[in-house]
Design a protein around this ligand. Structure first.
Ligand SMILES: Cc1cc2nc3c(=O)[nH]c(=O)nc-3n(C[C@H](O)[C@H](O)[C@H](O)COP(=O)(O)O)c2cc1C
Length: 167
């Protein structure tokens, strides 16, 4: 396992539109005993309630959601482009059916017992502040409904970024 060093959040520089939207990331939660991860390409970072936060959107059916809901923390692992195949795998297989990390050839690492991906280039450790399930009555644009043909709704998690780490 690699040693990750904490970096001051003020020194973090990345383009959220390409790093999240195009390069994707892995959201992980659970414990050293059992954890799960899934690919995300929606979400963001910003400031809320006076804290530096990340927000992610997780559909009802995701196995990872159970791990996020059962604990106080999750991580967001950002990967270099060379890991696109692994990200594709973790975004198209469920941890209910396979040991995704093993099958994708990735490795767990932990900080404060929070699981993250050892192959990542940088990681955000996040502490949950709120969980809000989006429902149809929150949609203003009718276009949004097309994303929910089967009521598999997103829960928005806003979480404080308690640590940023890089190799
Ligand atoms: C590029 C990409 C981006 C994704 N983004 C999200 C996302 O933001 N939220 C979400 O709920 N699912 C997203 N998914 C789908 C999950 O990663 C996928 O359903 C995964 O298999 C869930 O695994 P799990 O059941 O082990 O949690 C994405 C998939 C891909 C390939």
């Amino acid at each position: 396992m690699h040693v990750f060093q904490p970096i001051p959040i003020e020194q973090l520089e990345f383009n959220p539109f390409t790093t999240i939207g195009s390069d994707w990331a892995l959201v992980s939660a659970g414990s050293k005993n059992k954890a799960n991860t899934m690919t995300v390409s929606w979400g963001g970072v910003g400031v809320m309630w006076g804290k530096n936060v990340a927000f992610i959107f997780v559909r009802d059916t995701r196995y990872t959601k159970e791990f996020i809901d059962n604990g106080d923390f999750f991580s967001i692992s950002f990967m270099n482009k060379e890991y696109k195949e692994q990200l594709n795998y973790c975004g198209s297989h469920s941890g209910r059916d396979v040991d995704k990390i093993a099958q994708a050839g990735l490795t767990w690492n932990y900080k404060h017992s929070i699981p993250f991906i050892d192959e990542s280039s940088f990681v955000m450790l996040c502490q949950k502040l709120s969980a809000t399930r989006l429902t149809e009555d929150s949609f203003i644009s009718a276009d949004i409904k097309k994303w929910y043909p089967d009521d598999n709704m997103h829960t928005m998690y806003i979480a404080e970024i308690i640590e940023v780490m890089a190799k």
